[in-house]
Design a protein around this ligand. Structure first.
Ligand code: SF4
Length: 276
């Protein structure tokens, strides 16, 4: 089957940077800890575990090993707590996430309340919320706007880095109706925009779409939401989940993957699709 593989499929630069830092540390130390799972991909986590790179939720029990802060970033209070431990800390917060954190901090200092468009409980959003120092509201959809109480301060709207631009525009329009002078910041990262745009471009020329990525990966979920609006879409995590019968009515397929999907999985999926 003709298979068009997106150039942007797989690790974004922020995830690549974090994984490289983990590998560098593992060459210098017998074990490396990450502050929560480094990446939302089970296969990659297994590979990292085999290199003694493991996630921990209890950094207080670390003794001689380094701790890596993942690309999603952490709230300032957690950073202070970690800095007070006598351990070696390496920060792999993605610079694009750090930029949003800085914008939130700056606007809170200027007296703004922050509305964050993102997935409540997602590590990046937890970090962003921390920078708002209690002056934030998280919304995951337009209907959540009704739950925001009346805000007396100026309002600033930011988005989690991996949201869909079209959805953010709809959210922005709805927020402006409720809080007319809201400052709207464009905080969807370039890597996310490129990946989503390439998916739209490829979708025009194929009969179906395959998205590879972890079910907890926010940017994979966004790719799925987008693809499903255009073409029949299949979501898998590994090549073995592909079934030839599912594709018998299609001549061509577009293939892309979330920012935490390693290259070896994408190659296996592309090879299997081409064999159908
Ligand atoms: S998706 Fe964007 S913000 Fe998130 S880690 Fe990748 S490059 Fe950074």
């Amino acid at each position: 089957m003709k298979t068009i593989l997106a150039k942007s499929a797989g690790f974004c630069w922020g995830v690549k940077r974090a994984v490289e830092k983990a590998h560098e540390l593992s060459q210098q130390h017998s074990s490396v800890y990450t502050d929560g799972p480094l990446i939302h991909n089970e296969q990659m986590i297994s590979q990292l575990n085999s290199e003694n790179i493991t996630a921990t939720n209890k950094p207080t029990s670390i003794k001689d090993s380094p701790l890596l802060i993942r690309a999603h970033g952490i709230p300032p209070k957690r950073r202070s707590m970690l800095n007070n431990l006598s351990i070696n800390i390496t920060d792999a917060t993605c610079p694009d996430v750090a930029k949003i954190q800085g914008l939130i901090r700056k606007h809170v200092k200027q007296g703004y309340s922050i509305i964050i468009y993102g997935d409540k409980g997602h590590a990046e959003v937890v970090g962003l919320e921390g920078y708002a120092e209690g002056n934030s509201f998280i919304i995951a959809s337009i209907k959540d706007i009704a739950d925001i109480p009346n805000i007396q301060t100026p309002v600033c709207l930011v988005s989690q880095s991996t949201q869909l631009p079209l959805a953010y525009k709809e959210i922005s329009d709805a927020i402006i109706k409720r809080f007319p002078n809201t400052v709207i910041l464009d905080t969807i990262c370039k890597s996310t925009r490129n990946r989503q745009q390439e998916l739209l471009d490829i979708a025009k020329d194929v009969d179906a779409i395959v998205i590879v990525g972890g079910s907890h990966s926010a940017n994979t979920v966004r790719l799925l939401e987008l693809a499903k609006t255009i073409k029949p879409t299949f979501h898998i995590q590994i090549a073995e989940q592909l079934n030839a019968d599912d594709f018998k009515n299609y001549n061509s397929v577009g293939l892309t993957a979330g920012a935490s999907t390693p290259d070896f999985i994408i190659k296996e999926v592309a090879a299997r699709l081409r064999s159908f």
